[in-house]
Design a protein around this ligand. Sequence first.
Ligand code: IMP
Length: 177
Amino acid sequence: MEKQVLDKLFVPYLSKADIHSAIEQMGQKINADYEGKKPLFIAILNGSFMFASDLFKQIEIPAEISFIKLASYKGTKSSGSVVTAIGLESDVFERDVIIVEDIVDTGKTLSEFLPQLMHQQPRSLKVCALLHKKEATKFPITIDYMGFEIPNLFVVGYGLDYNGYGRNIDQIMQIAE
Ligand code: IMP
């Protein structure tokens, strides 16, 4: 069934079942890879709230989760915009950190944020993203745990928004062409 979000029409793309089974697999892989460790998940708001919640429920090893927002402001001409993390209360020093992101599009956000986090010397730093628009890559980053590679088309639902709306849709929908 099509759905209207503000002025745009969206069609079903990934069902609840598709999403659930991808997250189950990602969770199992993380459980195995981090056995004997106590990872710290850092979920990037707003978009990742649903994904982070469902992924975290699949985690069976001892783990913590923290939610942050990234705010960008204009830096100097050479550095372009700079992102800062708001709300990171946990100390990442010598922690096994897993970043939880809803979607990696151009890769800009994480390519700015990951080096900043590295300054705080985590023991390890990995990225878990539900969606990746590979064709849209401008700033290549390594995604260690990925749900779906998707075409370069706008999607909403399951936490992802179109101008603030559509986050409550329980599946992922693609813009109708
Ligand atoms: P990047 O910095 O270009 O990788 O963009 C990452 C951010 O852009 C995500 O965290 C989303 O907030 C947003 N974004 C990119 N593509 C979409 C989309 O198709 N739907 C909704 N949000 C998107």
